[in-house]
Design a protein around this ligand. Structure first.
Ligand SMILES: Cc1cc2nc3c(=O)[nH]c(=O)nc-3n(C[C@H](O)[C@H](O)[C@H](O)COP(=O)(O)O)c2cc1C
Length: 187
């Protein structure tokens, strides 16, 4: 199985990277892991120009940054993991830019011809946050659900690690979550 992981944190050795790394270590034996550190790429915000909606079988985005090539790597994967720190109850801005750009992968939304270039892709969400899950990391899960409905993807898991302080202080909960995630996704 090919697993593409997207690290949406600007901190390459932060909490999210740390837990994602634990997951990747677990699945690396027997599976191919392709890590995308989002901050190493140029992903602009969506221009909302609608040019992509005039193309039906290709992204058709007019922007010449890295988003479409990242979508190529995601398209090749069996599973895509979106890993983000919780920023103001939502995704990091870097991850949100990539999510907005999914607009070019979805055609005719809201009509009977609704189509997605990533139809059926299996996805999972990994979030680390400083606070609790309740009334804090709830909206990001709902947004993830809706984006996946929009893109016709199949959410196979959502994993939230609350009360994170520093990467060094991540405890057994982090390791347990990475283990469960690996089991769910590859098992
Ligand atoms: C700009 C910013 C916004 C944040 N917003 C929240 C928040 O809304 N809720 C929360 O629980 N933690 C919030 N945090 C804390 C981070 O989610 C938490 O420290 C996370 O584990 C950082 O992940 P990282 O080390 O991978 O960057 C915020 C941190 C920053 C820097």
């Amino acid at each position: 199985m090919k697993i593409t992981t997207i690290l949406g944190s600007p901190r390459k050795k932060g909490n999210t990277a740390n837990v994602l790394g634990m997951f990747e270590e677990r699945v690396a034996q027997g599976h191919e892991v392709d890590r995308i550190n989002i901050t190493e790429y140029k992903v602009n915000g969506c221009l909302g120009c609608g040019a992509c909606q005039k193309k039906s079988d290709e992204p058709g985005c007019v922007q010449k940054d890295d988003a479409v090539s990242l979508f190529g790597r995601m398209t090749e994967a069996d599973v895509v993991i979106y890993a983000s720190p919780l920023y103001c109850w939502s995704f990091s801005a870097q991850m949100k830019a990539l999510i907005d750009r999914h607009f070019c992968l979805v055609k005719n939304y809201g009509t009977p011809d609704h189509k997605s270039l990533v139809d059926g892709k299996r996805t999972a969400l990994l979030v680390t946050c400083g606070g609790p899950v309740e009334d804090n990391a709830d909206l990001i899960q709902e947004i993830f659900n809706r984006v996946n409905l929009y893109a016709k993807c199949d959410v196979i898991g959502k994993y939230i690690l609350p009360f994170c302080t520093t990467p060094d202080a991540l405890g057994d909960e982090a390791a347990e979550m990475a283990k469960k995630m690996a089991g769910d996704i590859t098992g």
